[in-house]
Ligand binder design. Structure first.
Ligand SMILES: NC(=O)c1ccc[n+]([C@@H]2O[C@H](COP(=O)([O-])OP(=O)(O)OC[C@H]3O[C@@H](n4cnc5c(N)ncnc54)[C@H](OP(=O)(O)O)[C@@H]3O)[C@@H](O)[C@H]2O)c1
Length: 287
């Protein structure tokens, strides 16, 4: 049931998130991973740039003998040659204590854009040398996917944001699917923005206040946790093979699992909630 679910892990290794925002303790991480494993979740999304996240996950897998499929990300950098790139990947492999990295993503499209030939050849070579099984890129803009495809000219894994407000990629799912890409969605809860209390929807977030409040109202009317409304909205798109969820505690994980088990779907309910303002839908613009 949970094959499509991928655990996010930025907060396993650093402070992360708009409201809770603190790094989880190793005990909390181990509890969440224990529960996730019991429920059949077998994928984790991490990155070298997430502080100690890869290390915590590696220690968990070694101590418990439970090997998750790992998506990790090559940090953005000015790479001069294949050796530099390989060294970074070997660092991640060492921290994760795995034989092979299941999926390696470029954490930033810019890494590719700065050195197109070197990155294309290096990703292919890492695969040939058996360090990684698949590769791809994590993006913020739809055009970056098509640009990467026209350069790589073969299927790859792409991670993109998708949620009730940010439907830029959801609107292009058919086209993306036609390229035979492996589609992974993140930011289903827009990093927790949907859960902000009214008094936090001021200043920079004032423009989104009414939409967040009416989304909460909609959830009440449907007698659903807000988290479930947001999760099902993305989960219902079966073209999306993997959905990355961040949680700050076991209760949130349980609630999200319960929501998926409910096997609900809806469409028209959430018309009119799309947000085009990139200041709101792109967390790197937040102030
Ligand atoms: N460029 C990239 O590659 C990139 C960028 C962003 C994220 N990611 C990946 O995606 C993962 C998730 O990050 P995200 O930004 O996309 O976050 P998200 O999944 O959209 O939101 C996670 C936040 O939602 C809240 N939440 C989750 N379940 C909940 C529930 N049932 N009830 C209430 N609140 C709930 C928690 O915040 P509160 O407790 O604060 O409410 C949690 O920290 C990261 O860990 C990382 O692995 C990758």
């Amino acid at each position: 049931m949970f094959e499509r679910l991928i655990l996010g892990s930025a907060n396993f290794g650093m402070d992360y998130g708009i409201s809770c925002g603190r790094r989880l303790s190793n005990e909390e991480v181990f509890q969440i991973l224990d529960r996730a494993w019991q429920e059949g979740i077998r994928w984790i999304d991490t990155a070298q740039a997430y502080g100690g996240s890869e290390e915590v996950i590696g220690n968990y897998m070694r101590q418990k003998g439970r090997i998750f499929n790992i998506i990790t990300k090559l940090p953005h950098g000015n790479y001069g040659n294949y050796k530099d790139i390989k060294e970074k990947v070997l660092e991640s492999k060492k921290k994760l204590q795995v034989e092979k990295i299941k999926v390696l993503l470029l954490h930033s499209f810019k890494t590719f854009d700065d050195k197109r030939e070197l990155m294309s050849e290096s990703l292919e070579r890492l695969k040939e040398e058996g360090l990684i099984e698949e590769y791809g890129v994590s993006v913020y803009h739809v055009e970056e996917v098509f640009d990467f495809f026209h350069a790589i000219k073969k299927p790859f894994v792409v991670e993109f944001p998708a949620n009730v407000f940010d439907r830029r990629f959801i609107r292009r799912l058919k086209e993306l699917k036609e390229l035979k890409l492996k589609l992974l969605a993140r930011s289903v809860f827009l990093q927790g923005l949907f859960f902000l209390p009214e008094e936090r929807l001021t200043g920079f977030f004032a423009p989104i206040r009414d939409k967040v409040l009416s989304l909460k109202k909609k959830a009440e009317l449907l007698n659903l946790p807000l988290s479930c409304l947001c999760l099902i909205f993305v989960w219902q798109y079966s073209d999306i093979e993997g959905i990355i969820l961040g949680v700050d505690n076991l209760r949130q994980l349980e609630e999200n699992l319960e929501c998926i088990r409910s096997n609900m779907s809806f469409s028209e309910v959430l018309e009119g909630f799309e947000v085009e303002d990139e200041n709101i839908i792109l967390p790197y613009n937040w102030r």
